[in-house]
Design a protein around this ligand. Structure first.
Ligand code: F58
Length: 830
C-alpha cells in the first residue's frame, strides 16, 4: 500500500477519473448512435444488426481504452515487478460479451439496445472468433490473461497478430476441407493500432567484431530488416478497473529505404519484394503435433520475440538507469519452447547493444525466465536445424553455442566424462541433421520448469527430462492448468451463472472461485435440483436448434447429450468413441421391441479439427460422418441413437456446446494428455465426465470423487508393459467385430478406411483401443444406468460444478504469481 499523501497525489493526477464515459443506458445509447454515424458511417436512422454490433463494440472499446490508460499510468507510477507472458498463440474467441461482463455494463448495454430495437444476444452472434491459436495451449493463454487482469497482476501478454487465424473447417461429403480464416476482413474493434510503436527486427547477414566505446563487441550486420508494429488488445479484469494488455505484433516493410536497390533497376519489383515482409505475420501454423524445421515458422518466432524483448527493455529503461534491478522488475514466461529465442535475444541485446558484460547478462537471464511444457511426447519437442539458424540468426547461434559450452563444462565437473549423458543433455544435437534443442536451451536457462498437471510433471521428471531433473530437481514444478469461470460460466452459461449466485446468495464466486463449493450444502434440495435441470434443459434445446440449423439432424433434448470436442488426434482416441457408437448401434439393432424400451436415448456429438497434413485424423472425421450417415438414417433406430459431427469447432462453438452437454469424453491413452482443459470447462458446467485416468482428470477425481465420474482403461504405469506385449494382448470379441464391420464396407469407403483398421489390429494399436475397449463399454453402460435415475444424475451434475473450484485459472495464475513469477497485485484504486 502507499501512504495518504501519496494517495492524494494519485487522486489528483487521476482527478478526471470517473468524469469520462458514463455507463448508464442513455449515455451508452448516445455513444452507440454516434458510432453508427461517425465510425461505421451509416445513418443513425437506418442500420442493421452487424452495424449495430460494430457501433456497440466501438462504444465498449472506448471504455476499455479509458481503463487501459488508467491502469498503465498507474503501473508506470507504482513500478511494480511485471510479468510478460510470451506465447506464439492466443485463442481469444469473441470479445463483446466477455468485455461488457467484465466491465460490468452488460445490463445497461442490453437496455440501451432494446430501446433502439436490437437485442444484445443477437448482436453478440455477429462477432467472428479471434482464432490465433490451435488448441489447449492457446486457449490456456487466453484464460490466464483473463485471470491476470482480474487478479490485478501487472502483466502483459505478447504474441503475433496473424492475418489468417486457424483454418475454417468445411465438411464436404464427410471430408474435411480447409478454408482460410481471414478474420480481419470486417475490421477488428477489439484492437488498437499503434503505428508509432514499432521495432526493427533483423534477419540473416553476418557478425562482425568491432571496438565500441573501448569495448570489444560483436556487431550483427543484418541482411534483411522487417518492422514490427504494435496492436494492443485490452484485457479487462472482472470486478476491477484494471485492464491489461495483449500486445500483438504485425510485420510491415521497414521504413529505411535501401537506396541502392531502388536506384539500380526495377522500382516496381523492389516495392513488391519489400511487401513480402508482411508474410511473416500472415499465417498461423495449423499443425498442433510436431515441429518441422520450417524457415517461416522460425522467422515468426524470432520476429515476435525480438519485438517483445525490445519493447520490454525499452520500458524498463524508461524508468531505470542500469540493469541492476532488471530481475526485480521483470519476469518472462515462455508458453512452451516456441518463444525460447527470447533467451539468446535478451543476451544479445544486453551484451552487444547495452554493453553489459556476459556474466552479468547471464546472471539476469537465469533469474527472469521460466517456462511451461505442454507436451509429453519427446518427439513433440522443438529442434532447429543449425544450418537454418546460422543463416537466419547468426549471432544467436553463437550465443547458444557459448551458453552450451559453459553448460557442458558444468556437466563434466558434476558427472565426469559421461559422454552418453553429455550428448543427451547438450543443447546441440549432433546427428544426421545437427540441430538446437529448444527444450534443453530452456531447461538450462530458466529458473523454473512447470508441467501442466501432476502426472505430467512426474512424466517429465522421470522420463522426458530425467537427466535435467537429476541435475536441478528444484527447477521442476507443476501448476495444474485451469480455465476462467468468467468465460466458461458467466459468459457462456448465463442461466447456470444466475442459478449458482442465487443459491450461494452471492456472485462473489466469479472472483473467488472457492466459494462455489458452497453448492454442496444444497445438493439434496429438491428445488435446486429442479431449477438445475431446467437450466440445463434450456441449454440443450439451444444446442439442438443449432445442430439442426447447421447440419439438418433433428435431436431430442430428452436424450443424453454425449460430447467429445477437441482437436482430432490418435492419442485422444475419437476412434474409440466411434467404435463404441458402432457397437451400441449393433446392440440396438439386435434387440427386440421390449428391450429397446430400456435403451437410454443418446445423441453423440463429436467436434474438432484435424491438422491439414494429418491423414489418419482426417480419416477419423470421414469415418465419423460415414457412421453417422448410416445410424441417423436407419429407421430401425429412430431416436435411440444419433451421431453428429459439429463442423468448425472453435471457442464460440464450445461456448454453445459445453453448457448443453450431459456427458463428455476425455479418453486419451493414459500418460498422453499432458493436462486437458476441456474436461475442466465441462465439469464447471455440470457435465459428467467419462474418462481415462490421465492428465488433470486425476486431480478432478480427487476433488469430486470417482463415484461421480465414469472411469475406465489402462493406467499410465501399465501402458509400456501392455505395448510390449504386442500381439499377445487380449482383445475382446466385440472389438474385432466392430473393426470388421468397417473393413467389410458396412459404412462404405472400405479402401479409404483400410489403413485406419490396420492401425487398430495386428501389430498396430499403439494407443491401446483394443485393450481398453471392454472397460470403455462398461463405463458407458454405467453412464446409461445413472442417467435413468434423473435425480441421481442431477445431484452428480451439481457436485461436478461444486467441485470444480480447483480448476479455475485464478488458482493456477495465483500459484505462478507466488512461486514462479514473484509478482504482487497492483490494483488501480478507482
Ligand atoms: C496442449 N498442447 C496439451 N499444444 O495437449 C493439453 O493436454 C494441455 O491441456 C494444453 O496444451 C494446455 O496445457 C497444445 O495445445 C499445441 O497446440 C502446440 C501448438 C504448436 C505446435 C506444437 C503443439
Amino acid at each position: 500500500g502507499f501512504g495518504e499523501g501519496e494517495k492524494a497525489k494519485v487522486e489528483r493526477m487521476f482527478g478526471l477519473m470517473d468524469g469520462f464515459l458514463k455507463n448508464d443506458p442513455v449515455s451508452l445509447q448516445k455513444d452507440i448512435l454516434d458510432h453508427v454515424e461517425y465510425t461505421v458511417g451509416r445513418s443513425r436512422f437506418s442500420f442493421d444488426d452487424f452495424e449495430a454490433y460494430q457501433a456497440l463494440s466501438h462504444s465498449v472499446r472506448d471504455r476499455l481504452i479509458e481503463r487501459w490508460h488508467d491502469t498503465q499510468q498507474y503501473f508506470k507510477r507504482k513500478d511494480p515487478k511485471r510479468l510478460y507472458y510470451l506465447s506464439l498463440e492466443f485463442l481469444m474467441g469473441r470479445s463483446l460479451s466477455n468485455s461488457v461482463i467484465n466491465l460490468g455494463i452488460k445490463d445497461q448495454c442490453a437496455d440501451a439496445l432494446n430501446q433502439l430495437g436490437f437485442e444484445f444476444e443477437v448482436l453478440a452472434e455477429q462477432e467472428g472468433d479471434a482464432a490465433l491459436g490451435n488448441g489447449g495451449l492457446a486457449r490456456l493463454a487466453a484464460c490466464q490473461m483473463d485471470s491476470l487482469a482480474t487478479m490485478d497482476f501487472p502483466a502483459w501478454g505478447y504474441g503475433l497478430r496473424y492475418q489468417y487465424g486457424l483454418f475454417r473447417q468445411v465438411i464436404l461429403d464427410g471430408f474435411q476441407h480447409e478454408q482460410p480464416d481471414y478474420w480481419l476482413n470486417f475490421g477488428n474493434p477489439w484492437e488498437i493500432e499503434h503505428l508509432r510503436i514499432s521495432y526493427a527486427v533483423k534477419f540473416y547477414g553476418t557478425v562482425e567484431e568491432k571496438q565500441l566505446d573501448g569495448h570489444h563487441c560483436k556487431v550483427w550486420v543484418p541482411g534483411e530488416t522487417v518492422e514490427a508494429v504494435a496492436y494492443d488488445n485490452p484485457i479487462p479484469g472482472y470486478g476491477t478497473r484494471n485492464t491489461t494488455n495483449l500486445r500483438l505484433w504485425a510485420a510491415k516493410p521497414n521504413g529505411h529505404y535501401d537506396l541502392e536497390s531502388f536506384d539500380t533497376g526495377d522500382y516496381i519489383n523492389a516495392v513488391i519484394n519489400r511487401q513480402r515482409a508482411e508474410t511473416i505475420s500472415s499465417i498461423l501454423y495449423p499443425d498442433d503435433r510436431s515441429y518441422q524445421g520450417k524457415e517461416l515458422r522460425l522467422k515468426q518466432q524470432y520476429f515476435f520475440v525480438s519485438a517483445s524483448v525490445q519493447d520490454i527493455i525499452r520500458r524498463f529503461k524508461d524508468s531505470h538507469r542500469n540493469f541492476d534491478q532488471f530481475p526485480e522488475k521483470v519476469a518472462l514466461q515462455l508458453n512452451d519452447t516456441h518463444p525460447s529465442l527470447a533467451i539468446p535475444e535478451v543476451m544479445r541485446i544486453l551484451v552487444d547493444e547495452e554493453l553489459v558484460n556476459w556474466h552479468n547478462a547471464w546472471d539476469i537471464v537465469r533469474k527472469i525466465f521460466s517456462f511451461t511444457v505442454h507436451t509429453v511426447v519427446p518427439g513433440g519437442l522443438e529442434k532447429i536445424p543449425v544450418d537454418l539458424l546460422s543463416s537466419l540468426l547468426p549471432r544467436h547461434l553463437q550465443i547458444i553455442y557459448d551458453i552450451n559450452f559453459s553448460f557442458v563444462e558444468e556437466l563434466k565437473k558434476r558427472f565426469g566424462l559421461d559422454y552418453d549423458r553429455l550428448s543427451r543433455m547438450s543443447i546441440v544435437e549432433e546427428g544426421a541433421v545437427k540441430s538446437i534443442r529448444m527444450a534443453n536451451l530452456s531447461l538450462v536457462c530458466c529458473h523454473a520448469i512447470d508441467g501442466v498437471s501432476r502426472i505430467h510433471s512426474d512424466i517429465l521428471k522421470t522420463r522426458v527430462f530425467k537427466d535435467f531433473f537429476e541435475l536441478w530437481p528444484q527447477k521442476f514444478q507443476y501448476k495444474t492448468n485451469g480455465v476462467s469461470q468468467r468465460r466458461w460460466i458467466v459468459v457462456s452459461n448465463p442461466g447456470l451463472c444466475a442459478l449458482i449466485s442465487k443459491w450461494l446468495g452471492t456472485d462473489a464466486w466469479i472472483r473467488d472461485i472457492d466459494l462455489i463449493m458452497g453448492l454442496r450444502d444444497h445438493v439434496e434440495d429438491a428445488e435446486l435440483q429442479q431449477q438445475w435441470k431446467m437450466v440445463r434443459r434450456v441449454n440443450k434445446i439451444r444446442l439442438a436448434e443449432y445442430i439442426e440449423a447447421m447440419i439438418g439432424v433433428k435431436i431430442s433434448p430428452d436424450a443424453m447429450f454425449d460430447v467429445q470436442i477437441k482437436r482430432i488426434h490418435e492419442y485422444k482416441r475419437q476412434l474409440l468413441n466411434i467404435l463404441g457408437i458402432i457397437h451400441r448401434y449393433d446392440c440396438i439393432k439386435n434387440m427386440n421391441k421390449s428391450d429397446r424400451r430400456n435403451v437410454v436415448p443418446r445423441v453423440c456429438i463429436i467436434g474438432g479439427k484435424a491438422a491439414p497434413g494429418y491423414e489418419i485424423a482426417k480419416k477419423i472425421i470421414k469415418l465419423c460422418h460415414a457412421v453417422g450417415e448410416t445410424i441417423n438414417n436407419d429407421p430401425d433406430i429412430g431416436g435411440l441413437l444419433k451421431l453428429v459431427f459439429i463442423p468448425d469447432y472453435n471457442v464460440s462453438v464450445a461456448e454453445l456446446v459445453i453448457p448443453g452437454s450431459d456427458l463428455s469424453q476425455h479418453i486419451s491413452t493414459a500418460g498422453h494428455e499432458a493436462s486437458g482443459t476441456g474436461n475442466m470447462k465441462l465439469l464447471m458446467n455440470g457435465c459428467l465426465l467419462l474418462a481415462t485416468v490421465d492428465g488433470s482428470t486425476i486431480e478432478i477425481i480427487e476433488e469430486i470423487g470417482k463415484e461421480n465420474m465414469f472411469l475406465f482403461g489402462a493406467k499410465a504405469h501399465e501402458v509400456a508393459t501392455l505395448r510390449a506385449k504386442g500381439q499377445a494382448r487380449k482383445v475382446p470379441l466385440q472389438f474385432s467385430r466392430v473393426v470388421r464391420k468397417i473393413r467389410d464396407g458396412y459404412f462404405g469407403s472400405e479402401v479409404y478406411f483400410k489403413s485406419l483398421c490396420d492401425s487398430l489390429e495386428g501389430s498396430g494399436d499403439f494407443y491401446l483401443l483394443g485393450n481398453d475397449f471392454a472397460s470403455y463399454l462398461e463405463a458407458q453402460a454405467e453412464a446409461d444406468k445413472a442417467f435413468v435415475d434423473q435425480e441421481r444424475w442431477t445431484k452428480m451434475s451439481i457436485l461436478c460444478t461444486a467441485g470444480s473450484g480447483r480448476f479455475s485459472s485464478d488458482r493456477t495464475v495465483g500459484e505462478y504469481a507466488e512461486k514462479t513469477w514473484r509478482i504482487e497485485p497492483c490494483r488501480c484504486p478507482f
